[in-house]
Design a protein around this ligand. Structure first.
Ligand code: FES
Ligand code: FES
Length: 202
């Protein structure tokens, strides 16, 4: 079991507790916290607590301090560094993963709030050696330069194809609207998404 924590607990935790939103195109889920609002609140911390996360179909046990985000747990003790941290405050969507199939900004979600929901990261998107159609399209259409925004972008695009197999250009724009690409790869990303959509239709 791995352990993770850091010193900036109070500001991080109180910020996330009140935030509840992420960048456009990304939905931050806070149901676990909201659902329990009528009950007595469970007090955890300030020390580390044991949690089990289901990540890419595997149960992963970690010990985390309550202020630690899902992004930090993924990249730290779970060594899933495909998920990137850009702004660490919900503004760039580089950290996007799926929670029960929906894209979320993992820097805006406390690890202890994930509960039993299934986490899917970029490492879990391919089926063995077979890349997801969006991954294939990104490669074929050269839809990246430095690649830092790419994992999050791919996760949001793949989620869009799951819920809308034939997305319109507006659907694609909306899906990636919260994702910042400093390299300006947007035209190729849009081409890739249109190709992935066409390939799915075929
Ligand atoms: S939105 Fe999470 S790192 Fe920027
Ligand atoms: S490819 Fe460099 S930030 Fe998007």
């Amino acid at each position: 079991m791995s352990e993770l924590g850091h010193a900036s607990s109070v500001s991080r935790r109180s910020f996330l507790g009140g935030a509840g939103v992420a960048a456009g195109g990304v939905v931050l889920l806070g149901e676990a916290r909201l659902a329990g609002a009528a009950d007595e609140p469970e007090i955890v911390g300030p020390g580390s607590v044991a949690i089990t996360l289901t990540v890419n179909g595997r149960a992963r046990e970690v010990r985390v301090e309550p202020q630690v985000t899902l992004a930090e747990v993924l990249r730290g003790p779970l060594d899933l560094t495909g998920t990137k941290i850009g702004c660490d405050r919900g503004a760039c969507s580089a950290c996007t993963v799926w929670l029960d199939g929906a894209p979320v900004a993992s820097c805006m979600l406390l690890a202890i709030d994930v509960g039993t929901r299934a986490v899917t990261t970029i490492e879990g998107l391919a089926q063995g050696d077979t890349l997801h159609p969006v991954q294939v399209a990104f490669i074929e259409h050269d839809a990246m330069q430095c690649g830092y925004c790419t994992p999050g972008m791919v996760m949001s695009c793949a989620a869009l194809l799951q819920r809308t197999p034939q997305p319109t250009p507006e659907d694609i724009h909306t899906a990636i609207s919260g994702h910042l690409c400093r390299c300006g790869s947007y035209p190729h990303i849009l081409e890739a998404m249109q190709a992935a959509s066409a390939a799915r239709k075929a």
